[in-house]
Design a protein around this ligand. Sequence first.
Ligand SMILES: [Zn+2]
Length: 241
Amino acid sequence: MADLRLVTSWDDSHPVDRRLAALLARHGIAGTFFVPASNREGRPVMAPADLRALAAEGFEIAAHTRDHRRLAGLPRDEVGRQLADGRRRLEDILGAAVTGFAYPGGHPGPHGRQAALAAGFAYARGTEMFRLDPGPDRFLMATTMQFHPHRWAGLARNWLRRGGGFDRFGLAWRLAAAGDLDRGLAALVETGLARGGVFHLWSHGWEIDERDLWPALDRACALLAAAIPPGRRLTVRDLPA
Ligand SMILES: [Zn+2]
């Protein structure tokens, strides 16, 4: 069987992420939480004590801008401030270096990638799906699937990002044809086990909660934990470069 690693990442730092972390911990699955210092879209964020608790439990706390600004329309200096301030505030809370970053909405815009480098991050995650590796760009890291019941159009739009490609099409097709999240995840895990690489599952805790995907996520974690042994379940930070 090919060597498959598992990473999971969870955006926006909604307070339900404590519940999400407990679910992951129950299955022995690592997680990276991308945390904006505040959220201008009005969603609450975890308190500093929650972030420190998650870090103490071994989860990675990573940055997601100062107040969840989409970067695409912002001038260069504001992009730089969003990234640098967001990182500094998290480091003040945690008393430890923060090396990971994710672009709000998944799009770096014209300045985001350079700003992530300049702010001293070691990687930046996007939201491109259907890959079984982080992709060629450590500063626009790809994922395998979002834990979200996407319709065909959403899957097709994501596939078309950065040029589509035959290899990614295979995974997109398997996910779309599966019809639901349980079967979709199972199909992609099966492909991952055959090919090896990195299986990167991501989503938002608030979305799991709003759609009541908790039982589905519990089943997904059970499936992933059965397929991928503990030593292969990493935070994004711990993925080999
Ligand atoms: Zn976000």
